[in-house]
Design a protein around this ligand. Structure first.
Ligand code: GDP
Ligand code: MN
Ligand code: MN
Length: 264
């Protein structure tokens, strides 16, 4: 068994309005069942998700959080504008984005862009993956899957890895439940986060710096799915998410403590 991971070369610096599917197809001949992995940074750039820090006016909540965590209130305003919940304020902003992805700073980056600018994460990365995929299939005439990725930290471990934030025609999870192990025992729990594993593999070739390789094609693994697929399948429901429940408790306690100190 083997598969290939190919970094697509000659991708230019991406600007608002650029036609990513054409740029990709000009630089690689796609084959049936390729998995095209695209860094969210260039998807966001193409979608015009670039903002000047100095143009952002912080509102009340951003100012309050900035007073507590010492960060730039304009940056916090940017993060809040893409978040539906703040889980941690300090030492970093851990939020759940409008699209339901939980990550630091709502995926807003200051790297790989000119000084003074922010790159927001695509607002609906699954829709971005889907339109990218449809265009790639039209242009190439091949059946391809797409994963839009970002670099994320993880709970419990040091070190960031690639993570999927949008998918097209690939199921986020492979369920092993009901399959047999080497000894014939039926597996009861294991669900494999296939799209995160692929994002991690692709990230090895993308890197985080000035490599200029935001598009990786995985060839030789067949995960093509005929139906539309959705990244939200991978997010735990609020009911099942014990880590979020714990963080909410902590957050409440800290705010209560601060208010008490303020009052006394
Ligand atoms: P993220 O993980 O989606 O936040 O993206 P990164 O900022 O980590 O960048 C991933 C890869 O894309 C790196 O190899 C960057 O050099 C590259 N990259 C970022 N922006 C551009 C761009 O506009 N053009 C090209 N060719 N590469 C880019
Ligand atoms: Mn990023
Ligand atoms: Mn990255």
């Amino acid at each position: 068994m083997k598969f290939e991971a190919i970094a697509v070369e000659n991708i230019p610096l991406i600007h608002a309005g650029d036609d990513l599917p054409s740029i990709i197809c000009e630089n690689i001949e796609l084959q049936d069942r390729d998995i095209v992995i695209v860094a969210s940074t260039i998807v966001a750039k193409a979608e015009g998700e670039i903002f000047r820090l100095e143009d952002i006016t912080p509102e009340k909540m951003a100012l309050e959080i900035a007073a507590r965590n010492g960060k730039d209130a304009r940056f916090i305003q940017a993060v809040l504008s893409r978040s539906k919940e703040v889980l941690v304020e300090k030492p970093f902003m851990l939020v759940t984005t409008l699209a339901g992805h939980t990550c630091v700073n709502a995926g807003i980056d200051e790297s790989n862009i000119e000084n003074g600018f922010l790159i927001y994460s695509p607002e609906n990365p699954n829709a971005s993956a889907s339109s990218l995929g449809q265009e790639l299939e039209k242009l190439s005439g091949k059946k391809v899957s797409v994963i839009v990725t970002d670099t994320n930290g993880r709970a419990f471990k040091i070190g960031q890895t690639g993570a999927a934030i949008g998918v097209y025609k690939i199921k986020p999870i492979k369920r092993w439940i009901g399959e047999k192990d080497l000894f014939g025992k039926i597996l009861e729990i294991t669900e494999e986060a296939v799209v995160d594993e692929l994002a991690g593999a692709a990230n090895l070739l993308m890197g985080e710096g000035g490599g200029g390789t935001p598009v990786i094609v995985i060839r030789g693994l067949d995960h093509y799915c005929e139906e539309n697929t959705f990244i939200k399948e991978i997010y735990r429901s609020d009911e099942q998410d014990i880590i979020k429940k714990g963080l909410r408790c902590l957050q409440k306690k800290e705010l209560n403590l601060k208010n008490k100190r303020f009052q006394s």
